[in-house]
Design a protein around this ligand. Structure first.
Ligand code: NAP
Length: 248
């Protein structure tokens, strides 16, 4: 199959590990020039080296609005356009409310909500412009979670709240931007093997119980590539994926 994203530029936040890294690889495999955003520059540089000269590295904390705005401007200055934004950077810590530190809750809100808002805000004008070009379409994909659909237990409290929030934001954005041919999609994974789940109680328990195991980051990257490579008449608004045996 030919490279379906030839000529496009994609920003992936949280590209230094897990789902973001796999997504950057997959989008580059489809011909996109990828801009890699995260805090760990060494990891981004290693990935960019692997992907070839077209990938760019942008060290940024998505919770810092000004830094995010500068990073998106750098991307457009370097590559000339922006067709696909993947809001993937995220953080989760799960414990009962009575045992949680407020600072942990704040970090989840800062990264999972404010980070998505800041990145989307900075990218929107560029995406609208790209959609008026020859390809005629642009995409915002946000990586939410099953926890953005339902609250599977008390310990997912604030993580679930942040993912519900980006779900609501995405739906409003979808309603606003359809006429501009900017598609807005949400990917809602169940348990995926990554640094986020490594060592977590939920994942450890699932790993022990599920014969087929957790999903891999590349599985979620597949879902994202599916979304952004559809014909321009078709928008995949939402993809919910779980490990086959995950019940909640
Ligand atoms: N793993 C799962 O089971 C699962 C399930 C559902 C949804 N998700 C969602 O999937 C997304 C990716 O998670 P993952 O599983 O791939 O975990 P991961 O391997 O821990 O990746 C998280 C990524 O987010 C980046 N990040 C975190 N805080 C950041 C900040 N302040 N500024 C910039 N980048 C930041 C990290 O990069 P740096 O540390 O280098 O900044 C890293 O690249 C998250 O939104 C998560 O909520 C994961």
């Amino acid at each position: 199959m030919g490279a379906r994203l030839d000529g496009t530029v994609a920003v992936v936040t949280g590209a230094s590990s897990g789902i973001g890294e796999a997504t950057a690889r997959a989008l580059a495999g489809e011909g996109a020039r990828v801009a890699l955003l995260a805090r760990r520059r060494d990891r981004l540089e290693a990935l960019a080296g692997e992907l070839g000269g077209e990938a760019s590295v942008h060290e940024v904390d998505v919770a810092d609005d000004d830094a995010v705005a500068r990073a998106i401007e750098d991307v457009v200055a370097r590559h000339g356009r922006l067709d696909v934004l993947v809001n993937n950077a995220g953080y989760g810590s799960m414990s009962p409310a009575t045992e949680s530190a407020l600072s942990e809750w704040r970090t989840m809100v800062d990264v999972n909500v404010t980070g998505v808002l800041a990145t989307t805000h900075a990218a929107l004008g560029h995406l609208q412009r790209a959609a008026t070009g020859e390809r005629g379409i642009a995409d915002v994909v946000t990586v939410s979670s099953v926890a953005g659909r339902k609250v599977a237990g008390p310990a997912v409290n604030v993580y679930a709240a942040t993912k519900h929030a980006v779900g609501a934001f995405s739906e409003a954005l979808r309603q606003e931007l359809g006429a501009d041919h900017v598609r807005v999609g949400l990917v809602e994974p169940g348990l995926v093997r990554s640094e986020l789940t490594e060592g977590g109680d939920l994942a450890r328990q699932a790993e022990a119980e599920l014969e087929l195991g957790l999903m891999e980051a590349a599985d979620i990257a597949d879902a994202i590539v599916y979304m952004v490579t559809r014909p321009r008449r078709m928008a995949v608004n939402e993809i919910l994926v779980r490990p086959t045996e995950q019940t909640r």
